[in-house]
Design a protein. Structure first.
Length: 165
């Protein structure tokens, strides 16, 4: 494997084909999902989606819809629930649930966290390490915890330009 691909991977990634895993979970054409990723519940994944290693996509408490040409990078988490208030009150406050939508042509950076009820538009960039707890409009670049808009994605003649504020 090292000689063929010039890389070293965790054992599970060597034993299982990421394109087969994508087919197994019903992802669209040419999508790939690393074996170390966890996909559970009501999750719809479009065409040409890359789900990197050690990611979690949870659609148990709501639907998760992922468009086409989406890159979900290493360690990102997408959850259809938020139990924070529930646990800090000993079960007295609500257990929040909601659908998550990620538009097409979007990049979710490594170690980002997308919480329930959020809709991320198309042609967006979510910077690494971001905590996204509010909707993100089309063509936005967001970063931080909580995530805030720091720029825009402009598409001209099939090429991308990033404008930062």
């Amino acid at each position: 494997m090292l000689a063929q691909f010039n890389r070293v991977l965790p054992t599970g990634e060597l034993l299982f084909n990421r394109f087969d895993k994508a087919k197994f979970v019903g992802a669209g054409k040419r999508s790939s999902i690393y074996d170390s990723s966890v996909i559970m519940g009501d999750v719809t994944i479009g065409d040409d989606v890359w789900v990197g290693p050690f990611t979690l996509i949870e659609g148990i408490h709501g639907k998760v819809n992922i468009g086409n040409w989406v890159s979900i990078n290493t360690g990102a988490m997408i959850l259809s629930h938020d139990s924070t208030k529930y646990y800090v009150t000993g079960g007295n406050d609500s257990f929040k649930k909601g659908d998550v939508t990620i538009g097409s042509y979007t990049v979710i950076g490594s170690q980002s966290f997308i919480t329930c009820g959020v809709s991320i538009g198309s042609h967006c960039v979510i910077a690494a390490g971001s905590f996204v707890n509010k909707d993100v409009k089309d063509n936005s670049i967001v970063a931080g915890a909580p995530a805030r808009k720091i720029g825009s994605v402009l598409i001209h003649d099939g090429k991308a330009e990033f404008k930062f504020f």
